[in-house]
Design a protein around this ligand. Structure first.
Ligand code: TXA
Ligand code: MG
Length: 321
């Protein structure tokens, strides 16, 4: 049963406590309804992907009540500070470098060194973000492949019964998603047009290019995935999939009972639970990438539930570079 919460003090308190406990709570923003989870809780973030039925792990936007709170987790550039002052709270998302101390789960950022952050507008969502004190990771609150919801009823159509609660703050006034601007390269890149126009952004920071950063374009090319809007995390060590045995100079990414003999091992899920495995995937790849081994052997993960998204990422990690 999905709880329908009113956007009043008791409803917001209930939504905040569900988020703190690792639950999924949909909430209205000025753009569209988001499907929120505690961004520092990797199991809760994995549950977002499971509820949406996403076949791959897109990086998620982290939501904060203030620019100061956001900039504790990412490094603001002068452009970022100027845009935050001009448009936050509001429908603008900024992609910035993660700080080393950033507590956001790697899965929320799809393993990247960057993080998308925004301060949404709306009394209810801001009250919720203040009440949790947590960064809240939230994609649009629709099943994968469906359009973004702009009312609580839309959210329930797609996700009723699959999430803990929806905080009903009425219809979303903007109705299209936030503008996503990448500020990690020398020049700003508009990754997704949205609620703040390019012209409005350009009055604050000057010319903005449409498209992806040169680094992201290069990464998409080498991963042979044209059309990808963001680059993907890939380990430096070669990755070997569907391993049925492992050498002493290989590191093993295990799923279920581990193969014997590996030089290093990281267990995704002892019990073979794909939600747990998704939550640990990027941390596992990074840990094994730092081992002294010559490659990473990966045990097969069944194509069920989040297994699809896990295998999508593992195939990209294993693609020839
Ligand atoms: O208005 C919105 O932005 C809504 C509300 C809920 O905030 N959220 C939303 O999230 O539309 P989602 O997950 O549907 O779209 C997020 C977009 C995707 O295009 C994703 O690729 C991009 O932001 N993105 C997120 N993190 C990124 C990163 N580190 N680098 C580049 N792009 C990123
Ligand atoms: Mg979406």
């Amino acid at each position: 049963m999905t709880e329908i919460l009113a956007a009043d003090a008791p409803g917001i308190a209930r939504a905040a406590s569900l988020l703190a406990a690792g639950g999924l709570v949909a909430f209205g923003t000025e753009t569209v309804y988001g499907l929120g989870a505690d961004a520092t809780n990797d199991r809760a973030v994995a549950a977002i992907f499971a509820a949406k039925g996403r076949p791959h792990f897109n990086p998620l936007i982290c939501h904060y009540p203030t620019a100061a709170a956001a900039f504790e987790h990412v490094e603001p550039t002068p452009f970022a500070r100027a845009l935050a002052a001009a448009f936050w709270p509001g429908p603008l998302t900024l992609v910035l470098p993660r700080r080393l101390t950033c507590p956001v789960a790697l899965l929320a950022g799809a393993g990247l060194d960057t993080l998308a952050v925004r301060v949404p507008a709306g009394a209810a969502v801001l009250a919720l973000l203040r009440a949790t004190g947590l960064p809240v990771a939230a994609p649009s609150a629709n099943r994968s492949g469906q359009v973004s919801p702009t009312s609580a009823a839309h959210v329930l159509d797609g996700l009723g019964g699959r999430i803990a609660a929806v905080l009903d703050s009425g219809d979303c006034p903007v109705g299209v998603e936030s503008t996503v601007l990448d500020l990690t390269a020398e020049r700003p890149f508009l990754l997704r047009p949205g609620g703040v126009s390019r012209e409005a952004i350009e009055t604050v920071i000057g010319p903005v290019r449409r498209g992806v950063t040169p680094q992201a374009a290069e990464a998409s090319r080498t991963l042979r995935s044209p059309g990808l809007m963001v680059s993907h995390y890939a380990p430096a060590l070669p990755v070997r999939l569907n391993a049925v045995s492992v050498a002493a100079d290989e590191a093993l990414l295990a799923f279920g009972p581990p193969l014997p003999g590996a030089g290093a091992m990281f267990q995704l899920s002892e019990t073979g639970d794909p939600v747990e495995a998704a939550a640990r995937l990027f941390a596992g790849l990074r840990a094994l990438d730092r081992s002294a081994c010559r490659g990473i052997a990966v045990m097969a993960v069944p194509e069920a539930g989040l297994g699809l998204a896990i295998n999508d990422r593992l195939q990209r990690a294993a693609a020839p570079r």
